[in-house]
Ligand binder design. Structure first.
Ligand SMILES: Cc1cc2nc3c(=O)[nH]c(=O)nc-3n(C[C@H](O)[C@H](O)[C@H](O)COP(=O)(O)OP(=O)(O)OC[C@H]3O[C@@H](n4cnc5c(N)ncnc54)[C@H](O)[C@@H]3O)c2cc1C
Length: 313
């Protein structure tokens, strides 16, 4: 192999990068993490979910959230997963609760039931539109939007509430400013933090964080990190929720359709790069859309310095 002679300039860059790397790795991790799961449908999915919860629980997440299907379609299954988390683990369970397609009375009853079983944290969300519905119409007796839901839940009990935020603007919002106003309304109604829709360009998140600060939002805007398990599924999700998939990301997965092993390595490197960049910008809290799989999330947390023994200490 030919010996490559480096210029002084190149050497300097390498040394600076290395010392930066050493500095970052030496720092005691400050990162706090939370994980999202969805209620399983089949027995096999159930096993994967519980294996993943077990594997990730040693990282001592701040909370683990469990999604709720559009118009309450997973109500019982969400409830069952939350009940089992409460009875079999020492994790803080945070059920998602959506208001689409339900009356205020029904939502309040569910919230009361959660409070009685020991739930103190909710993720309050309007909910996705059902497949056959094009335009959102609130339930005649329901909470119309996320902000109404937060205000209603706060009247039921003093829950710690997380809400959703959109660095690339919610697809139904008439314009970015009104979407920002909406986020502020949800926080002013009593939510403690916002969790963002997933994104891949860190710049998008940072710009959004600046906009939030300008709008007088001082609550934590926790970045939602989606480790990519399957690229075609990701592009489908992204289209539905108005998140962009940058060209550089498509190129990284290009040609790996039949190579799961390399895909997994690329997915880990993409997300690790993302969280490290965010960390350098002062972000200390991360929410992971695990899709009920532990491997990638565990690896990314490891890179953030979130490890079992440190967490226990
Ligand atoms: C962290 C996170 C978790 C999620 N979990 C789930 C889940 O478990 N189940 C599920 O079905 N979906 C979930 N979703 C998806 C979510 O349901 C959709 O993004 C939904 O379309 C919006 O929910 P929201 O709470 O942000 O809505 P809202 O805050 O109510 O906003 C919805 C839209 O209405 C606009 N709006 C708000 N108030 C008004 C008003 N007064 N007048 C006119 N327009 C208004 C907003 O600008 C926005 O465009 C989640 C999303 C995120 C980011």
């Amino acid at each position: 192999m030919p010996v490559q002679v480096k210029t002084m300039q190149e050497r300097k860059i390498t040394t600076t990068e290395q010392s930066e790397q050493t500095r970052v790795d030496a720092v005691t991790p400050k990162a706090q993490v939370s994980f999202e799961f969805f209620p399983p449908i089949t027995g096999a999915m159930e096993k994967t979910l519980w294996d993943s919860i077990e594997r990730l629980s040693v990282l001592r997440p701040r909370f683990v959230s469990v999604t709720y299907g559009a118009d309450g379609s997973t109500r019982e299954r969400t409830h069952a997963v939350v009940a089992r988390i409460l009875s079999e683990t020492d994790l803080t369970a945070a059920p998602h609760l959506t208001c689409i397609g339900a009356s205020r009375g029904e939502i309040d009853d569910i919230a009361r039931r959660y409070w009685d079983m020991g739930v103190r944290h909710l993720v309050a969300i309007r909910g996705d539109l059902p497949k056959d519905v094009e335009k959102y119409r609130p339930h005649p007796d329901g909470y119309a939007y996320g902000s109404d839901l937060v205000a209603g839940l706060k009247k039921v009990a003093d829950f710690d509430i997380s809400v959703a935020a959109y660095p690339e603007v919610h697809p139904e919002a008439p314009n970015p400013l009104s979407d920002l106003d909406n986020l502020k309304r949800k926080l002013d109604a009593g939510a403690s933090r916002a969790i963002t829709q997933f994104f891949f360009d860190v710049e998008l998140y940072l710009r959004f964080r600046d906009l939030c600060a300008t709008a007088g939002i001082d609550s934590n805007i926790v970045p939602g990190i989606l480790p990519i398990t399957r690229f075609p599924q990701l592009t489908r999700f992204a289209k539905q929720c108005g998140a962009s998939v940058p060209d550089w990301l498509t190129r990284r997965f290009d040609g790996l359709e039949d190579d799961a092993e390399t895909r997994q390595l690329i997915a880990a490197s993409v997300a690790i790069e993302q969280v490290r960049l965010l960390e350098k910008q002062g972000i200390e809290e991360f929410h992971f859309y695990t899709l009920n799989r532990a491997e990638l999330t565990f690896a990314i947390c490891h890179a953030l310095g979130v490890r079992p023994q440190q967490a226990a200490a």
